[in-house]
Design a binder for this molecule. Structure first.
Ligand code: URA
Length: 231
């Protein structure tokens, strides 16, 4: 997030005041004088005004229990989106951390912390996502090994090792550490099975809160933010 936006979100200064403070070299980021308001800052940066840390957290994070049948998009001219579930004064600043298919349910995070979104969703970051899956056909035990070795999807793309836990013949849990388009569905197609229902229950160390009904959301508390953003 840009430094000027960060300072504005504290609601302590006007745009003009922020510009004056910059000219007066009164703003520091991690101990260095800020040279531009366009500079990028994140939650972990220490932004100070005349030596005092700006404490009010400009970032906020919503956990949504996504129902089936709605789009993971900010807006759509025809269909209901995840944003239609949200009523929040700072709703316009929210962005999506990792989309789900229309028919997938479960854990979605909306936040204005775009830098963390990039970090969590970048394929290179290998952040784990955990899903509960219902299958069309009984699962075979040999699938566990195939998932662990790295399945092939999209003709010849080999996936990273994934963890498959069999709950019963038709129910499994899968942990993946990349986020390719329709990945879980394609993984089961590659072993000649089919996903009937898919629910995301975890991103990184953060689990879906069981007390959230489908379509409900809540603000993450400090502990949950840490579970989501931990390096
Ligand atoms: N994998 C899928 O196939 N769909 C999702 O929505 C998420 C992961």
């Amino acid at each position: 997030m840009r430094l000027d936006k960060y300072l504005q979100l504290t609601k302590q200064f006007s745009k003009k005041e922020i510009q004056q403070l910059l000219k007066q070299h009164a703003i520091t980021v991690n101990g260095n004088k800020a040279a531009s308001l366009k500079q990028d800052v994140s939650k972990t940066d220490k932004v100070c005004l005349m030596g005092s840390r700006i404490t009010e957290a400009p970032y906020f994070y919503l956990m949504v229990n996504k129902p089936a049948g709605i789009l993971s998009a900010l807006k759509d001219s025809h269909e209901k989106t995840i944003m239609d579930l949200i009523e929040h004064p700072r709703k316009d600043s929210l962005r999506i951390m990792g989309r789900l298919d229309r028919d997938t349910t479960g854990l979605m995070i909306l936040t204005n912390d775009t830098r963390t979104i990039k970090r969590i969703t970048l394929p290179q970051s290998h952040v784990e996502k955990e899903y509960e899956v219902t299958l069309r056909d009984p699962i075979s035990k040999v699938a566990v090994q195939a998932f662990a070795e790295g399945l092939f999807i999209d003709q010849n793309v080999q996936l990273k090792p994934a963890e498959l836990t069999i709950l019963d013949d038709y129910h499994v849990k899968v942990i993946i550490s990349e986020g390719r388009y329709h990945q879980i569905k394609k993984m089961f197609l590659s072993i000649h099975n089919q996903v009937l229902t898919l629910k995301r229950i975890r991103i990184h160390h953060l689990y879906l809160d069981d007390s959230l009904a489908l379509g409900q959301y809540k603000c993450l508390d400090e502990k949950e933010i840490e579970q989501l953003t931990a390096k």
